[in-house]
Design a protein around this ligand. Structure first.
Ligand SMILES: [Zn+2]
Length: 393
């Protein structure tokens, strides 16, 4: 039994004024108590003036990518040992940032799926994203054409035990020869993917940069949308009826915000060509949140130096910058992300998994507190801490 004493807590939805004690037993949260009660038999850890909150969830990462420019292009050339080393290093960076669950949405072949159980954190994954022939990220191994191949692609993923199906509804920035504004599948083809995935109990999330691809994905009944850049021939357009449809269907949108430095030149040039900027992307996230669109945090971690692994604090801070209240931004990386991933995490609530972090300061007042992760607990075990041993009382 572990008792974590802190000055205050964020429980995944709300702030709890302190002091607070979170009690864990057998890997789950047993109680969240006000004050610092005596708990016989518990290992008590005094976190001082820290805030405790659920372990963070990054819903969009690429564990096979090493976080340097050109990362995705390098992946097909890596040996199995090199790939394993990159995945382990990526997860270590997430852990230090307080990320106790990741959802990998761009596996190379099945590398991540095959070694999901070997790590400290919970790793969820899609396997190789389903894409058109020669389409965005085709080198990951997920090409499919026509309804029969799409159904087969989903069944193969279900047999492999994926946690989610990812489909590339539009082109992307990082694959030469694809157009970011193009649709890769028809609405009917996307519907086939959704039907087959749902029949296997799997959610579907669609990568969509173009507005047309997003509209098709929503009509096809997907459960989530990645990026949602809403590109059109006339620049970015966010129609009110799209936001209404997203909110009504409770579709989880991951804007893949969070950059630690200026994006690489090729990315900036591609953005300039289509009339997009990072600032516009950030404001769009706030606009959609205001319209009731369910927002989940995810970084696209690993794809470039501006998007390294472990940058979840930047992603959440950019949501706040977009106008999302601190509690909503924190929920996007905890309770809302957990719901989108279908895991009993992201809440400090009895019965939920005991994945807990402590940060210095109060992220409800100053979101940059998320940069100062002091202690990470996974399944009721302290896995990293900067605390001196005498804090364990
Ligand atoms: Zn991605």
């Amino acid at each position: 039994m572990l008792a974590l004493r802190a000055e205050r807590a964020f429980d995944g939805e709300h702030s709890l004024a302190g002091p607070v004690t979170v009690l864990t037993e057998n890997g789950t949260i047993k109680a969240v108590e006000r004050g610092h009660p005596d708990i016989p038999g518990a290992e008590v850890v005094d976190l001082g003036t820290a805030t405790v909150l659920p372990g963070l969830i990054d819903t969009h990462v690429h564990l096979c990518a090493d976080g340097r420019n050109g990362a995705l292009e390098r992946v097909p050339g890596l040996s199995a040992e090199q790939l394993d080393a990159v995945i382990a290093d990526s997860l270590e960076r997430h852990l230090r940032a307080g990320v106790t669950t990741v959802r990998d949405l761009g596996d190379h072949q099945w590398a991540v799926i095959e070694q999901r159980g070997r790590h400290v954190q919970r790793v969820l994954g899609s396997g190789p994203p389903i894409t058109s022939v020669g389409g965005h990220c085709w080198s990951m191994g997920g090409e499919a054409s026509g309804e029969d191949e799409l159904r087969l692609a989903v069944r193969t993923r279900a047999e492999r035990g994926v946690d989610v199906v990812k489909v590339m509804a539009s082109g992307g920035f990082a694959t030469p020869g694809t157009q970011v504004g193009d649709c890769q599948f028809t609405e009917q083809e996307l519907r086939v993917v959704v039907e087959e995935a749902h029949a296997h109990g799997l959610p579907v999330t669609a990568h969509a940069h173009s507005l047309a691809a997003a509209q098709r994905a929503v009509a096809a009944g997907v459960d989530g949308i990645e990026h949602l850049t809403c590109l059109t021939d006339r620049g970015i357009q966010v129609p009110a009826d799209l936001m209404e449809a997203l909110a009504e269907a409770d579709i989880a949108v991951c804007h893949t915000l969070g950059i630690t430095q200026e994006p690489p030149p090729f990315m900036k040039e591609a953005w300039d060509r289509i009339g997009m900027s990072y600032t516009a992307k950030v404001s769009m996230a706030g606009l959609m949140y205001d319209h009731g669109v369910k927002t989940v945090a995810g970084t696209d971690g690993g794809i470039a130096e501006s998007k390294p692994h472990g940058a979840i604090a930047y992603s959440v801070a950019d949501l706040v910058r977009s106008g999302v209240p601190n509690a909503g931004a924190l929920a996007s990386a905890t309770s809302q992300a957990a719901k989108a991933c279908g895991v009993a995490k992201g809440m400090l609530k009895p019965g939920w998994d005991a994945d807990i972090i402590a940060v210095q300061g109060d992220p409800m007042r100053d979101i940059t507190a998320l940069h100062n992760v002091l202690t990470v607990v996974v399944g009721g075990q302290i896995v990293t801490t900067t605390l001196p041993l005498d804090r364990r009382v």
